[in-house]
Design a protein around this ligand. Structure first.
Ligand code: 5GP
Length: 315
């Protein structure tokens, strides 16, 4: 573990509202009891599930957790505190325990601008950006999950949300606009069995620089990916896939396919609040002997950490 902790590495796939430290959420609810009282018990219920540790039967149950989290971060002040605590959890030493080093050396946090009765989408984004901008640009940047606001610290656009909702075609114009304006694309793609190859191919036509999950690629999409080895990387979220049960065992995880084909990958956490994981634990899964982990040699793991830094959008 000391070896993993000391590796310089990047976190490139972390959703803000999925990674807020649990203590921060609890503190926000304690400071603002009106949040729980106004929500017909939904917030209290969601918080209780998070406190107990989430056990998911399928991926849709995961998306059901977010309304409770969103209710807690619906004011600018709460969002500011949540953003600050989330960034600190990755970039500041001590978040994994007293005397422990920071989880990573570079962070690309992503979030979906969201309006509430207390703030507009613009205020949401400005609040998050204020916190991101406290860090140097080679340390922390933001990926907007589908919006087009530009700023030097916004490096990319992400497509996320319930995998079966909406149509991929409807986003192509926005993706092109984003690319024309210098932003890179990272798209959650082929995340569930139900995602069709047509949906996947449409998303690949937008020329994403990184793919999120990419668990269920089929013949045509696999060959597109293989033909874009130089320009396309995948964000691997091992615990997320195992806990959402889109992958049954680590031995069957598609990371092995990407590695054996020499494709660039980045090891990421996805939603530390929900999955109770950390970047160190994700790397530990690479090193640990089967059946718990993949039993990869240290040099391969160190190479993967270097790759995660190379495929950051700050490059
Ligand atoms: P936010 O964008 O509000 O900061 O972060 C939470 C949101 O990220 C969730 O509502 C969901 O739309 C998205 N999200 C988090 N994890 C995943 C994931 O594994 N797959 C997909 N498709 N979306 C996710």
């Amino acid at each position: 573990v000391d070896f993993i902790k000391a590796l310089p590495k990047a976190e490139l796939h972390a959703h803000l509202n999925g990674c807020i430290p649990l203590e921060c959420l609890q503190e926000l609810v304690n400071q603002h009891p009106e949040i729980t009282s106004g929500s017909d018990g939904a917030v209290a219920k969601g918080l209780k599930i998070l406190e107990q540790g989430v056990v998911l039967n399928e991926i849709n149950e995961f998306f059901d957790l977010f309304p409770a989290i969103y209710a807690i971060t619906s004011t600018p002040d709460a969002l500011k505190k949540a953003t600050r605590a989330t960034i600190a959890q990755f970039l500041e030493p001590g978040s994994l325990g007293a005397g422990e080093p920071a989880q990573c050396t570079y962070l690309e946090l992503r979030t979906t601008p969201r309006e509430s009765s207390f703030m507009s989408k613009r205020e949401y984004l400005e609040t998050v950006l204020d916190e991101v901008e406290k860090y140097d640009k080679d340390k922390c940047n933001l990926i907007i999950s589908l919006d087009r606001r530009m700023s030097p610290v916004v490096v990319g656009v992400d497509l996320c949300g319930t995998p079966m909702a909406g149509k991929a075609d409807d986003f192509l114009a926005a993706f092109e606009y984003a690319r024309e304006n210098g932003l890179k694309l990272t798209l959650h793609i082929a995340e569930t069995k139900e995602n069709t190859e047509e949906d996947t191919m449409t998303l690949l036509s937008a020329k994403p620089a990184r793919l999120g999950h990419a668990t269920f690629l089929h013949e045509e999409s696999l060959s597109v990916v293989l033909n874009h080895k130089e320009t396309m990387a995948v964000e691997i979220c091992l615990s997320s896939n195992l806990l959402c049960k889109t992958v049954e065992t680590i031995a069957e995880h598609h990371i092995s396919w990407w590695l054996s084909n020499g494709l660039p990958i980045a090891i990421c956490t996805d939603d530390t609040l929900v999955f109770r994981n950390s970047l160190v634990e994700e790397y530990a899964l690479l090193l640990a002997a089967p059946p718990l982990g993949l039993g990869l040699p240290r040099e391969t793991v160190a190479q993967m950490a270097r790759m995660s830094l190379q495929v950051g959008f700050h490059q």
